[in-house]
Ligand binder design. Structure first.
Ligand code: AMP
Ligand code: MG
Length: 420
């Protein structure tokens, strides 16, 4: 049996993070880049807007022509043309003329401003009606009014997005405007998910004496998917070394970037994962001073990073949250690896055994900050208290009691991670 090391959560996390490196880059279609990390800066090939255009439906004109215009002193201009969005007009404005223009249509040469249709004598636009020969302008405007200048948003040749930037919907939109159809991003981590145990049956199977359904494979697969990574199903290994080896070989053949297994990493007689890893891997077997959690294996199996989670469903999910999630985010090129955290005021007392505790709780906003109540039984097999929770309250190592009204840090499970 391998020797066991006692570690704090911070020490264990550091060792896990030291064991993984960001994956290489690949070029993917624009929408496939959502939620991923850019690997090269994006320099604008074009300006945005690419041409000066109107921000209103109205009349393009020369501001000087209407400088005295007012509701009781309309200025009459001759209408030369009608420019719809997507069209261009082969006209140049001269003194006393205007062009009817739609939002997004290019400003014709000679025009330096737009007057919205509401400030003219045109009651409403009607495609059936022929273009009028004249229009009355009832308002003065400054040069540049209602005109979107070339490059007002982005100037051609400038860097718009730096390498390392997480691509959110707004970045996808900017890349589309700039004509970037293929985006260089960090490859999605392939995470091999392995459950172990003779007691496990699949979700469709009827219960049988001594058997339980394999929930961990589904929960960890969902956790991987929620990170935008690619799960690779390695099934259930029975409690034999040969089966564990075969399932891990399938993962190696599939080219996984990280193994995540659950159960079998304690030092029980049937903890065959420990035995396989200890003989074939470069592994550490830890007792992490956390609750839920505790047994954790980390290292490399045949050169591939390996994280062995505890078997109890809540311990597996919380250990994934604390160790696998940051490791997968690091593989995917992210630099922000932590969930958002807030300080919350406890509404009830919490007892702990002195290990760093992750207490399932509901955090709500109160007039003077955030408050928290726990979600009931904190047993490491009680999934429903995790289902009810939107946060994990962190009771620090060495603390055995927190009184009502005291502040603790909450790890917010459902808040999106921000980039900046
Ligand atoms: P072990 O680490 O193998 O001692 O497992 C600890 C506890 O977790 C036992 O009660 C197991 O039955 C349970 N467990 C292990 N694997 C799974 C799984 N894939 N799904 C649900 N429960 C599991
Ligand atoms: Mg087991």
């Amino acid at each position: 049996m391998p020797s066991l090391e006692y570690l704090t959560v911070a020490e264990a996390l550091q060792l896990v993070l030291d064991g993984v490196r960001p994956l290489p880059s690949e070029r993917v279609p624009l929408l496939d880049a959502l939620g991923r990390v850019l690997t090269e800066p994006v320099v604008a090939r074009d300006s945005l807007p690419p041409f000066a255009n109107s921000s209103m439906d109205g009349y393009a004109l020369r501001a000087a022509d209407v400088q005295d215009a007012a509701p009781d002193n309309p200025v009459t201009l001759r209408v030369l043309a009608d420019i719809a969005a997507g069209a261009t007009a082969d006209v140049t404005l001269t003194a006393g003329t205007a062009v009817r223009i739609m939002t997004g249509a290019p400003l014709p040469p000679g025009a330096d401003a737009v007057v919205p249709v509401e400030d003219t004598d045109e009651a409403w636009r009607d495609a059936q009606r022929p273009l009028r020969a004249q229009v009355q302008i009832r308002r003065a405007v400054q040069p540049g009014a209602y005109v979107r200048r070339v490059g007002e948003d982005v100037l051609a040749g400038t860097a718009v997005l730096p390498a390392g930037r997480l691509l959110r919907p707004q970045e996808i939109g900017v890349l589309a405007s700039l004509g970037v159809a293929q985006v260089p991003v960090v490859r999605r981590p392939r995470v091999g998910i392995l459950a172990t145990g003779d007691e496990l049956i699949d979700v469709e199977a009827p219960l049988a004496p001594g058997k339980i359904r394999n929930s961990n494979s589904y929960a960890q697969t969902a956790q991987v998917l929620a990170l935008g990574a690619a799960p690779v199903a390695l099934g259930v290994a029975r409690d034999t070394e040969a089966d564990v080896r075969a399932k891990l070989q399938a993962g190696l053949d599939a080219g996984v970037d990280l193994f995540v297994s659950s159960a079998g990493v304690s030092v029980g007689v049937y903890d065959v994962v420990t035995a396989v890893l200890a003989s074939a891997g470069n592994m550490g077997f830890w007792r992490v001073r956390m609750r839920p959690g505790k047994p954790l294996a980390f290292g490399a199996y045949q050169g591939v990073p390996y994280l062995g989670l505890p078997g109890n469903p809540v311990s597996a999910m919380v250990s994934f949250e604390r160790f696998a999630r940051p490791a997968i985010l690091k593989l995917a090129g992210h630099t922000r690896l932590e969930r958002p955290q807030v300080e919350v005021t406890l509404q009830e007392e919490i007892h702990s055994d002195g290990r760093e505790s992750y207490v399932r709780a509901v955090v709500t906003r109160a007039p003077d900050g955030y408050t928290a109540v726990t979600t009931g039984s904190q047993g490491s097999h009680v999934m429903t208290s995790l289902v009810k929770a939107n946060a994990l309250l962190i009771v620090p190592e060495g603390v055995t009691y927190v009184a009502p009204g005291e502040q603790v840090t909450a790890l917010m499970l459902d808040w999106p991670t921000t980039v900046f």
